[in-house]
Design a protein around this ligand. Structure first.
Ligand SMILES: CC(C)(COP(=O)(O)OP(=O)(O)OC[C@H]1O[C@@H](n2cnc3c(N)ncnc32)[C@H](O)[C@@H]1OP(=O)(O)O)[C@@H](O)C(=O)NCCC(=O)NCCS
Length: 253
């Protein structure tokens, strides 16, 4: 049955529905943006969330906040990914070795096929709430949608890879996704995409660029380190399955 947004009540003060995710996965998905201080309050919140029709909640918190993590775990939340946020200043960049060009709506099918199966370390692949097929389609859809999103800039190396960038504020930028096809990896395509986007950011007045990656993605961790980024923070993303979906996910896991 297709997902239909419904009214919310008790849980809405601390939970924000992720409408795009709900629509995409056809299940109501929310983000817990502040963790209550004690277990009983979390239990109440989870009951309200289930009554409001939520199937799944996600929550991201600092890796250093171990007391909060233990509390969430004790109420049934589980770890879906551990992330590192990297930062680099946009000082003058070397020239990209590969030709990098602007992406446009005409690149929809090419980025769709380049992104297939690339992001297996991503959190959606490692969460029993989502099937592997859903996770794969999510990343492909994400990259394809970036092409039509005015708030994002996508750059492409033909038959090589893509990068999506967002100017977050006057002086801050963010790399959202970078992907290089398996055949083109290890040849400098990724480095060219990063150099090119850093120059683009710089031209737009951006002074520093952030990117978040999973710490189990050693390829990406080494890549950003080599590209001159440094880690500025670490975090944990947790998931919680509610209601009837819970049993289905247990079987899948
Ligand atoms: C991470 C990724 C973008 C790197 O792109 P790439 O074109 O393969 O990387 P490059 O050839 O430009 O490599 C640049 C540097 O990164 C490091 N690096 C790249 N691949 C590496 C690997 N498999 N192991 C260790 N270091 C690696 C190296 O230091 C390399 O420099 P060197 O060749 O001088 O040693 C690419 O492997 C990829 O798309 N992976 C899957 C998707 C993904 O995980 N994206 C990142 C999360 S958003």
């Amino acid at each position: 049955m297709p997902y239909r947004p419904g009214p919310t009540s008790g849980a809405s003060a601390l939970i924000k529905e992720l409408s795009w995710d709900s629509e995409f996965f056809s299940r109501k998905i929310g983000k817990l943006f502040r963790v209550p201080k004690d277990g009983a309050a979390i239990d109440r919140l989870l009951r309200h969330a289930a009554e409001d029709g939520y199937s799944y909640l996600t929550c991201r918190t600092a890796l250093a906040g171990t007391a909060k993590l233990r509390l969430l775990q004790s109420r049934g939340f589980y770890v879906t990914d551990i992330g590192a946020t990297w930062e680099r200043l946009t000082e003058k960049q070397p020239r990209a070795a590969f030709q990098v060009r602007d992406g446009s709506a005409d690149d929809a099918s090419s980025v769709w096929s380049m992104a297939r199966g690339l992001f297996r370390t991503g959190r959606f692949y490692n969460d029993p709430f989502f099937t592997k097929k859903e996770a794969g389609l999510l990343y492909q859809t994400w990259v394809r949608n970036s092409l039509g999103d005015r708030g994002l800039k996508t750059f492409i190396v033909d038959k090589g890879g893509f990068i999506t960038c967002r100017q977050v504020s006057k002086s801050k930028g963010e790399i959202q996704l970078i992907g290089v096809t398996p055949l083109a990896q290890g040849k400098g395509v990724g480095r060219s995409l990063v150099y090119h986007s850093m120059s683009w950011f710089r031209k737009n007045g951006v002074e520093a660029v952030d990117v978040r990656t999973q710490v189990n993605n050693l390829q990406a961790m080494n890549f950003y380190s080599k590209a001159g980024f440094r880690i500025v923070s670490t975090d944990v993303t947790m998931g919680m399955i509610l209601g009837r979906q819970r049993r289905r996910a247990e079987i899948r896991d």
